[in-house]
Design a protein around this ligand. Structure first.
Ligand SMILES: [Zn+2]
Length: 299
């Protein structure tokens, strides 16, 4: 972690220094001749060129796509696929997809679409069900909030925020039952890491998060190396379209907070930024997941 921090500090310093160099060079350059053409105003264009990405306006378009269509997870490995049910018999029974690599390795648990209207989170989770892995096991629940995903809503049918209802209650309202089913399944599988895929929006006037491209990590001591690795990679737009911010306090009742406070299972919440094109956000989620899989030697 110390080394990673050092590297990150060095990288940030280099950026600052480079910026300084650029400013010095331009002040020393000869004054350009006046021109009638105004300088174009720089637009807040994402770092990453998204023009080559597949179109993605609806869940139907996911059916024929693979993570490789987004330029990630291209190498293929022999992989066993299976499924099982959680919350069986309940109105919100859901399916967990299991991917098993040929080699021994750790287990990872991926949750997407706890908030149904955060499309890139559960679109990416859905695409990840079709990836291949070299080693270990990956469990995927996406979308976790089926009603929200079907109706493009953040909350559950009973108008609850699923990510404020962990660890939940098997006898409670819908969000408590769903939350409890996911939470207890994660405890049962004892994964080495949990990845929770979300999205942020511009405004905070609707109970939504205003997080942009970011990672939420409640226990930086546990997985600081990985978090700083991801943040370092994101500086040039290699992951999400913009560099990732980091937040340290998951909200009460979130899956992140419940796992951080009650277990030793490390977890990060990923937020892409809903102001950006959907396909770019999905690619950001997939690229970040790919780096996590590489980190744990699963790919
Ligand atoms: Zn969310």
């Amino acid at each position: 972690m110390k080394q990673t921090l050092k590297r990150l500090t060095a990288a940030l310093l280099a950026v600052v220094l480079l910026a300084g160099c650029g400013a010095g060079a331009s002040s020393a350059a000869p004054t350009p001749a006046p021109t009638a053409e105004p300088e174009p105003t720089p637009s807040p264009t994402p770092y990453v060129d998204v023009t080559g990405l597949p179109p993605l306006d609806s869940v139907e378009e996911l059916a024929d796509l693979l993570p490789a269509d987004f330029g990630v997870l291209e190498e293929e490995y022999p992989t066993e696929y299976s499924t099982y049910k959680i919350l069986e018999g309940d109105e919100w029974e859901n399916t967990v997809h299991v991917l098993k690599g040929a080699e021994e390795g750790p287990a990872l648990y991926i949750v997407g679409g706890v908030h149904g209207d955060e499309l890139a989170g559960w679109y990416a989770g859905t695409l990840l069900k079709k990836m291949t892995i070299r080693a270990g096991t990956v469990y995927i629940v996406a979308p976790a909030n089926l009603y929200g995903a079907e109706n493009n809503k953040r909350r559950t049918k009973e108008d609850r925020d699923l990510n404020r209802n962990f660890p939940g209650d098997p006898e409670g309202w819908d969000a408590e039952r769903i939350g409890n089913a996911i939470y207890t399944d994660i405890l049962d599988k004892e994964p080495a890491f949990v990845l929770d895929l979300h999205e942020g929006v511009y405004h905070d006037n609707d109970g939504h998060d205003n997080l942009g491209n970011s990672i939420i990590c409640g226990d930086i001591a546990a997985i600081g190396d990985l978090v700083f690795h991801l943040i370092g990679l994101s500086q040039d737009g290699s992951l999400t379209t913009q560099p990732l911010d980091i937040y340290s306090a998951p909200p009460k009742g979130s899956l992140n907070q419940a796992l951080t406070d009650n277990t030793d299972i490390p977890v990060i919440t990923v937020e892409t930024f809903r102001a950006e094109p959907l396909a770019a956000r999905v690619r950001g989620q997939l690229r970040l997941a790919e780096q996590v899989l590489l980190w744990y030697d699963i790919r």
